[in-house]
Design a protein around this ligand. Sequence first.
Ligand SMILES: NC(=O)C1=CN([C@@H]2O[C@H](COP(=O)(O)OP(=O)(O)OC[C@H]3O[C@@H](n4cnc5c(N)ncnc54)[C@H](OP(=O)(O)O)[C@@H]3O)[C@@H](O)[C@H]2O)C=CC1
Ligand SMILES: CC(=O)C(=O)O
Ligand SMILES: [Mg+2]
Length: 761
Amino acid sequence: MPATDKTDRTMTSVTAQEALDFHSQGRPGKLEISPTKSMATQRDLSLAYSPGVAVPVKAIAEDPATAYDYTTRGNMVAVISNGTAILGLGNLGALASKPVMEGKSVLFKRFADVDSIDLEVDTENVDEFVNCVRFLGPSFGGINLEDIRAPDCFIIEQRLREVMDIPVFHDDQHGTAIIAAAGLINALALTGRDFKTTRLVCNGAGAAAIACVELIKAMGFNGENVILCDTKGVIYKGRTDGMNQWKSAHAVDTDRRTLTEALEGADVFFGLSAKGALSTEMVLSMAPKPIIFAMANPDPEITPEEVAHIRDDAIVATGRSDYPNQVNNVLGFPYIFRGALDVRASTINDAMKIAAAEALASLAKEDVPDDVAAAYQGNRPRFGPQYIIPVPFDPRLISAIPIAVAKAAMETGVARKPITDLSDYAQQLSARRDPIASTLQRIYERVRRQPKRIVFAEGEEVQMMRSAIAYANQALGTAILLGREEQMRETAEREGIDLNRAGIQIVNARLSKRVGAYTDFLYARLQRKGYLFRDVQRLINNDRNHFAACMVALGDADGMVTGLTRNYSTALEDVRRCIDAKPGHRVIGVSIALCRGRTVLVADTAVHDMPTAEELADIAEEAAGLAKRLGYVPRVAMLAYSTFGHPSGERSERVREAVKILDKRRVDFEYDGEMAADVALNQRVMEQYPFCRLSGTANVLVMPAFHSASISTKMLQELGGSTVIGPLLVGLDKSVQIASMSAKDSDIVNMAAIAAYNAGT
Ligand SMILES: NC(=O)C1=CN([C@@H]2O[C@H](COP(=O)(O)OP(=O)(O)OC[C@H]3O[C@@H](n4cnc5c(N)ncnc54)[C@H](OP(=O)(O)O)[C@@H]3O)[C@@H](O)[C@H]2O)C=CC1
Ligand SMILES: CC(=O)C(=O)O
Ligand SMILES: [Mg+2]
């Protein structure tokens, strides 16, 4: 079990009890199988099973490649172990390895949307193991071998690769090697070293260690400068005790015999052995600025605290997520298989591994988005000794790594289904990570074709600056940051943000030549609403929401985003002083909730407290309009606590009345109600009302009042695991979006993109 002390960690560790509770609570274990096709009706059954299923059976028999079209094969990986080297815990058997293998399967899904199942094979006999696995090819697009001890793992992998026509990848070997190589590239760069002259000692000469050493040598590391050690000490030329052919291949001419001797003056330590194998004395004897990758799991060869206690010039990495610099194969296997599956690669070769390592290393050098900063509990990491490698929750991994792997597969001729449009592939990859992406993808794409000028009203806020940079970087248009330039530049300098790039414009309201025009414009609107000229002057000079909204109103910007420093309704009031509703429209808020692959729009989540029947009908029209603009065919449910008159009550009457109003208006979208949420969202429940006019479950939910809208979307987010975007402002004459005060920079960029999209692409 991981230690429970919390000294100087970036993240809290876990207790043994917490780990057991986590695994036993609810449904025991960590995964379940869920169908991808509806099984609601007799017809579904006929299609999914007999007789319908016979059709794809025959098609696959005729052309085996169609298995990728009609079955799960193309996205399904088996995680297979016999439990002979479970993490660094040793040989605890196949059954005991199951929590780790279930874990790997879950990580495949979570990080790269690869479906996966764990298979524990209860034999230590190499032939039996190979014979068990070799016939499983038809079920899977790839085989991930895990926690099988050396040297058995080398023989098993080699033999399976020979007889199977799908990638067979021993993760402890190659996954680990890829991540360690990526970390090494960056640690060498940070300490001014190179592959030719650096001296490396690797403790452990098993699966992970041999693969790490082989990969870095394949990448150009000088083999003469690498010493391997195992439980018997240094692996030197001529040693006979405890040797095998894989160790012999890396034996060197040296008179050093122990790990202690080997490490004297060494630049790099790779630990792929066991807890506590590296002593502080050994660390003291290493060269200046030593690089120490203590990768044994769950407990490293030495802890970062122990190293920090004796020297302050070391770069330290471990395999754990509760220290900085996690060098762990979780950063690799999900994405490597993603890329390999997507081109139907027949194997995962060295070129694909090196491409993955290089892509990972480069990513660590880029500016870090909010989601990653959150994984560091708010301490935004910057490339340096404490951040040489991205963290597993880095949302950029899903697009960066698979694409590098897929390209390398195509270049080396092992891709059976090459990808022609890589930019389209990059978008598909992002969409896999987060269902929001597929909804937003279209918006981003359209904005890119017609870029827009968006004013980021709270330009002095760091998140606004980061979002503006991201907006400009993604070629969405010009990001106008509103605020005092000097302040902004100071903050930017401190935060390492580069404002001197194309697509960024800074506007200081006080120095702007447009102050007069904005003041006149706003005074004309407000003079009969109790505002004196100098009140309006003050609003324009001192209040960035008013200035920004006037910029948009008078065409100096196409859209605006705000919300970080004021609550939603205050920001909306600011904007409404400057911008009206679009003629014939009503301003409302619509939230988009994405859950388990389903998207629903919920309205009104921002403006109307207790809408009248007339207002509810307007809300339905506005929300349906947004749904159409987002590419959905709206099916609007007018929600209430009752369904079609039962139980009756005064509050539901307003909703019923709204349906009648929509009838009179002859609107051109599907709607019905009043109905309860389960009727709207569950096909089987809806079928109990055969007269219901919705052709399927609702994708637009009009709530009877603001409180139910707000409460239900927040519950969806907190309890239902939904991602909720918005509320998006709909119905304004000009394009404005208000982010929530807790918005991350990625949320703000989304809001800015939506503002740009609404500005008339
Ligand atoms: N961070 C990561 O992503 C990963 C970390 N690992 C970690 O690496 C370690 C090894 O795993 P793996 O290669 O799969 O296991 P193997 O069983 O294949 O290899 C273990 C190797 O470690 C050596 N060893 C064990 N204890 C010591 C010690 N005290 N001093 C020197 N050498 C020792 C063994 O020596 P001998 O040959 O003499 O028996 C053997 O060469 C584990 O702790 C595992 O958790 C593994 C994969 C990924
Ligand atoms: C991380 C991993 O695969 C291991 O420690 O075995
Ligand atoms: Mg492992």
